[in-house]
Design a protein around this ligand. Structure first.
Ligand code: THU
Length: 157
């Protein structure tokens, strides 16, 4: 029997240490939380995706009285990005969230499993890593790829 390991290397940075594009994505993800529709959970999430055509596409969570009909910020952003710019490849995504007290989270929110699965498909289409920035009140986690968040992803398409 063989024993194998899956490890995730990531960095934690301050906003000041980010590149201009990373800063822009963080700013856009934070701004998108103010456009969340989250009357039920009161948990406001924003996502901003950088595309290789220079565009940045944002999304926020959109809830519904029929709870499962709502969608997360990451999926609203990635589905809109690919619907609007089907030829463009994703290069990075930033995700920010404010809790029920309206404050930025100390430990940043991380995409749910369904969003990881959705995002990994666009990373596969891009044929390169899509960087993931998880935005906390001070710390920004920089994860090198979506795959790093979803080892053993289903990618048979
Ligand atoms: N949510 C997101 O938008 N992204 C995540 O990664 C996790 C959760 C939303 C879904 C729901 O509207 C609210 O946050 C509470 O779960």
């Amino acid at each position: 029997m063989k024993e194998l390991n899956v490890t995730t290397n990531y960095q934690i940075a301050d906003y000041d240490e980010l590149t201009p594009l990373q800063k822009k994505l963080v700013d856009e993800a934070k701004a998108a939380t103010f456009r969340a529709y989250a009357p039920y959970s009161k948990f406001k999430v924003g996502a901003a995706i950088a595309l290789d055509n220079g565009e940045i596409v944002v999304g926020s969570n959109q809830e519904n009285a029929a709870y499962p009909s709502g969608t997360c910020a990451e999926r609203s952003a990635c589905y809109y990005a690919h619907a609007r710019y089907p030829e463009a490849k994703f290069t990075a995504i930033a995700i920010a969230a404010r809790g029920t007290d309206d404050r930025w989270l100390t430990i940043p929110a991380s995409p749910c499993g369904a969003c990881r699965q959705a995002l990994v498909e666009y990373e596969t289409l891009a044929q390169h890593n899509v960087e993931v920035l998880l935005v906390g009140d001070k710390d920004i986690y920089i994860i090198p790829s979506v795959k790093a968040l979803l080892p053993f992803a289903f990618t048979e398409f």
